[in-house]
Design a binder for this molecule. Structure first.
Ligand SMILES: C[S@@+](CC[C@H](N)C(=O)[O-])C[C@H]1O[C@@H](n2cnc3c(N)ncnc32)[C@H](O)[C@@H]1O
Length: 282
C-alpha cells in the first residue's frame, strides 16, 4: 500500500477536508489553497501507508485517527510564522503608554496577559521580556502570562523555549544575556529561555473559534490576538473578537496583527492606536 512521490488530492477529498477545517477551526481554505494542502500533507499521507486521500481522510476522521493523527494534521495545516518583537510598535506602546499608567494605578493587582495564538512562543516570551525590563527599570509588579494556540506542536515548542541562534541574533545583547542560555556544546548553536522565565508562562490548547470556555474570572488586562484572524472569514473574526471582549477587563487592550482590524464590525472596542483597541464592554 505504501508508495512514494506526489499524491494529487481529488476534488471530493479537498471539499471534505477544507469544509471540516473551516467549520472546526475557522481557517478558510478556498480552492486556490489545494496545492498548499497537498504539499503540506503529502509526506504525512504516505508515511501512514495510504496511496490516496480518500482512505487517509476516512482514517483521520475515524475513531483512532481522530485521536492519533488529526492534531498532527492541524499542525501541518496551520501557518505558524512568528518572530521575537514582531510588530515592535505594540511593545513600544506597552512600555511608553500602557505600563506607566498601570504601574501607578494597579500596583497591587497582578497584570494578566493572554497571547491567544502564541505559535512557537516568540510572542509570549517577547511580552515577558518587555514586562521584566519595565519591572527592572521601575517599581516591581506581579504579572501572569497565559499562552494558547490550536497547534499542539507549536505549544510544545513554546514550552521548550529552544530557538536557533539566528532567531534571536537581532536582539540587543542585554536581552540575550538576561533571558537566554547558550548550549554548553559549542557545536550546538541553539539557545534556550532561562528556566525561571519559562515557568512564568502557562500554556493551554485553545481553539479561538470554539473553546473559549475559560472561567470569566480569568479577565485579562491585555490580549494579543495577532496574525490569526486573517485566516478566518469576516463573520468568524467578528464572533471571535466579541468573545475576546468578555475575557478583557473593561478598559483592557486588544492587540491585533498589522493587517487585521475591527473595521465594519459591531464589536465593543475603541481604537487607541493602529491595531490596538480598548475594550468598552461593561
Ligand atoms: C501566523 S501565527 C501568529 C503567531 C503570533 N501571534 C504572531 O503574530 O507572531 C498564527 C497562529 O494561529 C494559530 N491558529 C490558527 N487557527 C487557530 C484557532 N482556530 N484557534 C487558535 N489558534 C489558531 C496557528 O496555529 C498559528 O500558530
Amino acid at each position: 500500500m505504501y508508495s512514494s512521490g506526489f499524491l494529487k488530492m481529488d476534488d471530493a477529498s479537498f471539499e471534505k477536508l477544507s469544509s471540516f477545517i473551516t467549520r472546526q477551526y475557522g481557517i478558510k481554505l478556498p480552492a486556490a489553497k489545494k496545492s498548499m494542502l497537498e504539499s503540506r500533507l503529502n509526506k504525512k499521507v504516505l508515511s501512514l501507508g495510504f496511496d490516496s486521500y480518500q482512505p487517509f481522510l476516512a482514517y483521520i476522521f475515524g475513531k483512532e485517527g481522530r485521536v492519533k493523527e488529526l492534531p498532527n494534521v492541524v499542525d501541518l495545516i496551520t501557518t505558524n510564522k512568528t518572530d521575537f518583537f514582531r510588530e515592535p510598535g505594540h511593545f513600544e506602546y506597552l512600555t511608553q503608554n500602557f505600563l506607566p499608567g498601570y504601574k501607578t494605578n494597579n500596583r497591587h493587582r497582578p497584570l494578566k496577559v493572554w497571547s491567544a495564538a502564541c505559535s512557537t512562543g516568540e510572542e509570549p516570551y517577547t511580552i515577558l521580556m518587555v514586562l521584566e525590563e519595565f519591572r527592572k527599570a521601575n517599581l516591581p509588579f506581579c504579572y501572569s502570562i497565559t499562552a494558547s494556540d490550536i497547534s499542539t506542536r507549536t505549544l510544545q515548542a513554546a514550552y521548550q523555549g529552544i530557538y536557533s541562534y539566528d532567531r534571536i541574533s537581532m536582539l540587543p545583547d542585554h536581552l540575550k544575556r538576561s533571558y537566554f542560555l547558550k548550549s554548553k556544546d559549542p557545536a550546538n548553536s541553539c539557545v534556550r529561555i532561562k528556566p525561571e522565565y519559562r515557568k512564568k508562562i502557562s500554556y493551554k490548547r485553545v481553539n479561538l473559534v470554539y473553546d473559549l470556555d475559560m472561567p470569566v474570572s480569568m479577565s485579562f488586562d491585555l490580549i494579543f490576538c495577532r496574525n490569526v484572524l486573517i485566516y478566518f472569514d469576516k463573520s468568524t473574526q467578528e464572533k471571535v473578537i466579541n468573545r475576546l471582549a468578555r475575557y478583557l477587563r473593561p478598559g483592557g487592550l486588544l492587540f491585533l496583527g498589522h493587517s487585521e482590524s475591527t473595521l465594519g464590525m459591531t464589536v465593543p472596542f475603541k481604537q487607541v492606536s493602529p491595531t490596538i483597541y480598548r475594550n468598552t464592554y461593561e
